[in-house]
Ligand binder design. Structure first.
Ligand SMILES: [Mg+2]
Length: 177
C-alpha cells in the first residue's frame, strides 16, 4: 500500500510568523525588515530582538490552521509531520520555541514528528524496497515547493490568508494516498 508522508510547514501555513513580525515592528510588509545586503537575514535590530527570545512560541495560530490539519489527516493514511526551517543563526533556540508552540497549539491533532530542516527537498522521496514513493509538502514558500517537486515530491503551495482550504483540498483529492 502506498503510504505517502505529508509534510506541513509551520511559518506562513499554521503560524502567522510574518504577520506577527509586521505587527511587532508596525510595518505594513515584513519584507522591509529583511537586510538588503544579506537577503536571507533580517535587519540587525530584528535579529537582536527575535534571536534568543520567546517570539516563536508566541506566534498567533492562523484561523484556518486546525481545519487545514483536519483536512490533511482525512486524506493521509499516515498522519502528518511538521517540516520547518529554524531561523538561521538561532537554530537551537528556535527549535525549542517551536516545540513549545506545537505543544500549545496542536494538542488535538498532533504531528507524528517535528523535523527541523533547511533543505526540505531531502524529504521529497520515500524509499520502499525498490520503489520510490513521492511525499507531499504543503508550504507557503515557492522555492521550497519547487525544490521539493524537482526532487520528485509533490508540493502544494499554500499561503494562509491568501489561498483557500478548498484549493488545498482539490489538490489533495488528485493525489492517490
Ligand atoms: Mg513557511
Amino acid at each position: 500500500m502506498c503510504k505517502r508522508e505529508i509534510y506541513v510547514d509551520m511559518d506562513g501555513v499554521l503560524a502567522d510568523f510574518f504577520g506577527c513580525l509586521s505587527r511587532q515592528y508596525s510595518v505594513p510588509n515584513w519584507k522591509t525588515l529583511i537586510d538588503p545586503k544579506d537577503k536571507p537575514q533580517f535587519k540587525k535590530h530584528v535579529t537582536d530582538d527575535v534571536y534568543g527570545s520567546d517570539f516563536f512560541s508566541n506566534i498567533k495560530k492562523f484561523n484556518d490552521a486546525d481545519n487545514l490539519i483536519k483536512m490533511v489527516s482525512k486524506y493521509s493514511k499516515n498522519g502528518y509531520t511538521l517540516l520547518t526551517t529554524p531561523l538561521p543563526g538561532d537554530e537551537k533556540h528556535t527549535q525549542k520555541q517551536k516545540i513549545i508552540w506545537v505543544k500549545k497549539h496542536l494538542i488535538d491533532l498532533p504531528p507524528k514528528e517535528i523535523i527541523f530542516e533547511n533543505k526540505k527537498e531531502n524529504w521529497a522521496i520515500k524509499k520502499d524496497g525498490d520503489k520510490e514513493i513521492a511525499n507531499v509538502l504543503i508550504d507557503d514558500h515557492n522555492v521550497n515547493c519547487e525544490n521539493f517537486q524537482n526532487k520528485g515530491g509533490i508540493s502544494i503551495r499554500y499561503q494562509s490568508g491568501i489561498d483557500t482550504l478548498e484549493y488545498v483540498e482539490n489538490k489533495l483529492k488528485q493525489i492517490n494516498f
